[in-house]
Write a protein that binds this ligand. Structure first.
Ligand code: SF4
Length: 190
């Protein structure tokens, strides 16, 4: 399979009409069919158009001003979402209670379900519970890696992540990537 690698590129040619200006590994060359199909979806699917428009509006209006939780509030308001589900980690119960208080103060109905519902970690149970409650958007609050995947797989409502669990970095997974000492330790030696 031909390779793609946007991370190796400056991105300068992302918007040019001239495909010759893009590198050989550019998805616009290598996976042209997929990019074309995506354009078709992006311009014709009403749900996709609406979410994309609202996301752009939230990004530009709150740029450099709004923390993520405020972006979440504004995003839901603009999409006329009334019922929000929260799938949370048992270790973040207090933080989830604070989030609920914030969301409810803005008029949202909030349904929460803990990861240990019915015993051990149960992301599928969390998803099906929120499906049953007909939430319109589900928010992940610190589910473990892998459990977040399963939750997203089984959630009927769209899912966004507010908190990525990383117990070691105070839930900041970017820390070890941007800290060069930590990063160097993480690079596997050959
Ligand atoms: S889409 Fe093409 S031009 Fe843009 S970053 Fe990726 S490889 Fe570079």
């Amino acid at each position: 399979m031909a390779e793609i690698d946007c991370a190796r590129c400056s991105g300068a040619a992302c918007t040019t009409e001239d495909l010759e200006a893009t590198p050989q590994f550019c998805p616009r060359r290598v996976t042209a069919g997929a990019i074309e199909e995506a354009e078709q979806i992006r311009t014709t699917n009403p749900d996709v158009k609406r979410i994309a428009e609202v996301a752009r509006d939230v990004e530009t209006t709150g740029y450099h001003k709004w923390p993520r939780v405020q972006e979440l509030i504004e995003f839901c308001k603009r999409l006329d979402i009334e019922t929000i589900g929260i799938a949370f980690c048992v270790g973040l119960r207090a933080e989830t209670q604070s989030l609920v208080e914030i969301l409810e103060s803005h008029g949202f109905t909030v349904k929460t379900v803990v990861c240990t519902v019915n015993g051990g970690c149960n992301p599928v149970g969390q998803a099906l519970t929120l499906n049953d409650q007909q939430t319109e958007l589900n928010v992940i609050m610190g589910l473990c890696l892998g459990h977040d995947i399963l939750f997203q797989q089984f959630s009927q409502a769209p899912v966004t992540t507010l908190v990525v669990k990383d117990r070691v970095t105070c839930h900041n997974p970017l820390g070890p990537i941007i800290n060069r000492y930590w990063r160097n330790d993480l690079v596997a030696s050959s």
